[in-house]
Design a protein around this ligand. Structure first.
Ligand code: GN1
Ligand code: MG
Length: 362
């Protein structure tokens, strides 16, 4: 079915003037739907990647529930629920998605917030601070969310589970690539104990589970034209995890002076000023909600998630690059190497990172 026919299954307002591909997401396929009249909104139409999200109805159920919870808070605070939260558009049959049985694809629609922009790189410290505020606010609004959420991607930021997948992938060695990436495999193996020890604090409850976003890179925060935060978008991975995982994932993307897939490793490093600005923004919202263990391990979260990303990229490369879209055969290996350079830069600056967090908390 064409995107036009698919979109017609949804209960939108107005008359469609165009449907065009938007951005180059590594996971989903996204379209922007423009409507003729300024009085009716434009929309985002997405084909949800069924390979990554095995249970799209459960994912959409999470999104509908958390956005409803946030909207009620925004209204009580006198805000604009159509601009400060994502709005899901339901299909004409009342479901928050449409299943195209012919091709076996799930589609979903949300309102495009007029005048909003996304930004790929944290070019200013102000943007870092505001991004931190954005995720802090998101977590704070959902801190009292009452119901359990579906675990839509099993063990997403759970390093014990990731190591199980890793061991299986290496054992399988589907394409015989293991022998070609021995050095890279060593990066993942040498940190196994350290990472599992950290994860024990989640397993014993010292680091509590909360409602989290789980994909907090800068481009998943929507800004208005003045550069102020509107809301967090791309709620596909919203589920229960630790507050730290959101912070770490954001720091992984915001603080990188290079690109996630940079071929020139000399460009890749962690910018400590951006680290400070992001953490300051985050703590401006969440300082009073975190427990002592979360505060103590806040700086480490950047290392944890960047490490996890090294593991996930390398695992996907060894397994035939099936998860992230690639532009050339070694793309995901290049991503692995670039994230590892970032990890090394963070590890070298860890004492300063800890000192900054302590200072911001005092
Ligand atoms: C994916 O949704 P997107 O493309 O922003 C991935 C993240 C990774 C990121 C790395 C569901 O994010 O976990 O950090 O790629 N999302 C999923 O680029 O796996
Ligand atoms: Mg995402």
């Amino acid at each position: 079915m064409t995107p036009e026919k698919i979109f017609n299954q949804f209960a939108y307002e107005g008359e469609v003037s165009s449907i065009k591909p938007l951005g180059e997401g590594f996971i989903n396929d996204t379209f922007i739907v423009r409507t003729v009249d300024d009085a009716t909104p434009d929309y985002i139409l997405q084909r949800k990647n069924h390979n990554v999200f095995p249970d799209v109805p459960a994912m959409m159920d999470n999104i509908v529930k958390v956005t409803a919870h946030m909207k009620s808070k925004i209204i009580r605070a006198g805000g604009d629920p159509m601009r400060e939260s994502l709005t899901v558009v339901f299909a004409k049959d009342g479901l928050p998605y449409y299943f195209d049985a012919e091709e076996g694809n799930y589609w979903a629609v949300c309102v495009f917030i007029a005048g909003s922009v996304t930004i790929d790189n944290a070019t200013s410290l102000d943007l870092c601070f505001k991004g931190g505020q954005g995720i802090g606010r998101f977590q704070k609004m959902l801190a009292d969310y009452p119901d359990p959420l579906h675990e839509t991607i099993k063990g997403f930021h759970n390093i014990r589970f990731r190591y199980e997948q890793w061991d299986d992938t290496l054992r399988r060695d589907k394409l015989g690539l293991v022998k070609t990436v021995q050095e890279e495999i060593g990066w993942v193996e040498s940190r196994r104990q350290q990472m599992l020890d950290f994860w024990k604090m989640v397993e014993d409850g010292s680091l509590p589970m909360r409602v989290t976003h789980n994909d907090t890179k800068l481009s998943n925060i929507l800004f208005d034209k003045n550069g102020d935060v509107l809301c967090a978008i791309d709620l596909d991975t919203c589920m229960s995890s630790t507050a730290l995982n959101d912070v770490g994932d954001a720091l992984r993307s915001y603080t990188n002076t290079g690109a996630e897939d940079d071929q020139d490793l000399s460009r890749v490093s962690m910018d400590i000023d951006r680290f400070r600005a992001y953490v300051a923004g985050y703590l401006s919202e969440m300082k009073d909600s975190l427990n002592d263990c979360e505060k103590e391990w806040l700086a480490f979260s950047a290392i944890y998630i960047t490490f996890e990303q090294v593991l996930r990229f390398l695992m996907d490369y060894i397994d035939g690059s099936t998860y992230w879209k690639i532009q050339y055969p070694t793309h995901t290996l290049v991503r692995t190497q670039a994230q590892y350079r970032l990890l090394q830069s963070m590890e070298a600056q860890y004492p300063q990172m800890q000192a900054i967090v302590r200072e911001l908390l005092s």
